[in-house]
Write a protein that binds this ligand. Structure first.
Ligand code: RB5
Length: 150
């Protein structure tokens, strides 16, 4: 699986650990930046290119980080085709994929530690959309909304 990652300065250090972890697990990792620590950088500059890569199918899943994860999730969800969730617990890490077909996982690097972050990302990447009719129906309603705004 090809996985894209992106982070502003708030998630920069953790992004490096996540990339190393994912590569050690055999994932192909595409890094959308930041490529160096800059405390004045802006999360949309990295998260939006990742979100566009998800929407166009260049990468299958994404991991987006900032300090709280809020900015990353707000930004990612602006791109049609992206279903991003801000996740800090194991249940939501898999249920968000199983029910909502979440394709971008956002987390706050200033909220949780690296060990939990890696466990959550592992859970997210292992999860699969259930394809249940009720979930497809709900996602179809979101798809209609996206089309209204494009
Ligand atoms: C940057 O200091 C911080 O605001 C950003 O990383 C993120 O937490 C925004 O949601």
């Amino acid at each position: 699986m090809r996985v894209g990652i992106a982070a502003d300065h708030g998630g920069f250090v953790l992004k490096g650990e996540i990339a190393e972890f994912l590569r050690s697990k055999g994932y192909e990792v595409e890094d959308f930046g930041a490529y160096h620590m800059d405390s004045a950088d802006d999360y949309p500059d990295f998260v939006i290119p990742l979100a566009r890569a998800i929407a166009s199918g260049i990468v299958e899943r994404g991991v987006a980080l900032c300090g709280s994860g809020v900015g990353a999730s707000v930004a990612a969800n602006k791109v049609p085709g992206v279903r991003a969730g801000l996740i800090h617990d194991v249940f939501s890490a898999h249920q968000g994929v199983e029910d909502d077909d979440m394709n971008v996982f956002c987390l706050g690097a200033r909220v949780i530690g690296p060990a939990l972050a890696l466990e959550l990302i592992n859970t997210f990447l292992a999860a699969k959309f259930s394809g249940a009719v009720r979930h497809k129906r709900r996602l179809a309603k979101l798809h209609v909304l996206e089309n209204e705004h494009n």
